[in-house]
Design a binder for this molecule. Structure first.
Ligand SMILES: NC(=O)c1ccc[n+]([C@@H]2O[C@H](COP(=O)([O-])OP(=O)(O)OC[C@H]3O[C@@H](n4cnc5c(N)ncnc54)[C@H](O)[C@@H]3O)[C@@H](O)[C@H]2O)c1
Length: 350
């Protein structure tokens, strides 16, 4: 087993959660970083005793001792960096959304195939204890055929206010692209990644456009906000399954938490709810319903850290990517379908 040398591109916000993973595994060693922001880069180098640093990420790609590139830049930079890193012969883990459009992900898959390396989308919710327990249970076949799902990730008042999130030219979209990728990736994974065929969706800006609207994460919503603040969709899959999805950054929705993230799955043998990890079935002989709750073993690590460890372990053992870009392509085809359905006012093929 070989230890993988890792360099992070974009050492700002979310990178901090990845660093915890890279520094807490026998499979990887954090050796480098790149960032356009000199102050962040120097602090990163000092805090983590890392010497291979540069403002230009291509310097890291030229270094043959680096095995894994971890892309943590704002989303509109992902595609070029991922393509460059794969072309340089690196394994790549990239923050979500892998890319804002399906075509960009298709290009990444082609580049991955050409390089013979692996590409993973950092979908950390898959590495949470509740998700791993639910996935393992579903994979026993206990739910029968899952034929319907309802998922939502709703924030009442928590929109990002940075231009990398709120301008469509930078982000590709609002909560669909930012958090829809989380709940949708998880839902499709639990459902066995069926092939999506069509979407009816709406993507609206109702609250963000109101004078005085605000976010608990940064005060006033900037007046140049041009993405949706809410979206909903009905998705059909080629196995006959269906999904109802809702996402928001701003919505007059009540939840005790800033974010209400839930999923209901309905199968021929039982139903389930996440994250409570309850399963619901019926005994036809006794005509009784019964519920059971899965036992959750605590995560060894925080899920962002755990996803990095899982990637390093898979790469050192020569295994496949734990979250392949093919899964992210299905997610992005659905999200793209929501925007197209909104524009065309009808169901669209995906
Ligand atoms: N999985 C999660 O829970 C989660 C949470 C937040 C953000 N994210 C994702 O992480 C990514 C980064 O978001 P963030 O909030 O950490 O952003 P951020 O702005 O806090 O950090 C990004 C860093 O990248 C640097 N950067 C930008 N362009 C660069 C380039 N071309 N080369 C090198 N460095 C560059 C910036 O200087 C900054 O330090 C986004 O894709 C976002 O969707 C994921």
């Amino acid at each position: 087993m070989s230890k993988m040398n890792v360099a992070i591109i974009g050492v700002g916000g979310i990178a901090r959660t990845h660093i915890a993973g890279w520094k807490d595994t026998e499979y990887a060693e954090l050796v480098g970083g790149a960032d356009l922001d000199e102050t962040s880069l120097n602090k990163f180098a000092k805090d983590h005793d890392v010497t291979k640093i540069s403002a230009d990420y291509k310097d890291l790609l030229d270094d043959p001792s680096i095995d894994i590139i971890d892309v943590c830049t704002p989303s509109n930079y992902h595609t070029q960096i991922v393509l460059d890193a794969l072309a340089a012969g690196k394994h790549v883990i990239c923050e979500k959304p892998l890319a804002p459009t399906p075509d960009e992900i298709r290009t990444m898959i082609e580049a991955r195939d050409k390089s013979g390396k692996q590409l993973m989308t950092a979908q950390h919710f898959r590495f949470q204890g509740t998700s791993m327990a639910m996935k393992a249970e579903i994979d026993t076949g206990c739910m029968g055929e899952i034929y319907h799902a309802r998922s939502w990730m709703l924030r009442r008042n928590a929109a990002a206010v940075r231009e990398s999130f709120i301008l469509k030219k930078n982000s590709g979209g609002g909560p669909c692209i930012d958090i829809g990728v989380h709940i949708l990736d998880l839902t499709l994974w639990f459902m066995g990644n069926p092939e999506p065929i069509s979407v009816t969706g709406v993507a609206r800006n109702e609250i963000a456009k109101q004078e005085g609207s605000f976010s608990c994460w940064g005060g006033a919503i900037p007046r140049n906000f041009d993405v949706e603040d809410f979206a909903s969709a009905f998705v059909r899959f080629d196995n006959g399954a269906t999904l109802i999805l809702e996402v928001s950054w701003l919505l007059h929705h009540y939840s005790e938490k800033v974010e209400d993230m839930q999923m209901w799955l309905y199968g021929t043998q039982s139903g389930s709810h996440w994250p409570s990890c309850e399963l619901y079935s019926s005994n036809y002989d006794t005509q009784q319903h019964y519920n059971r709750e899965l036992k959750i073993t605590d995560n060894i690590r925080e899920p962002h850290a755990q996803e990095c460890v899982a990637f390093a372990e898979a790469m050192s053992k020569g295994e496949a990517s734990p979250v392949p870009p093919e899964d992210s392509l299905k997610v992005q085809r659905i999200l793209d379908g929501i925007y197209r359905s909104q524009d065309e006012g009808k169901e669209v093929s995906v």
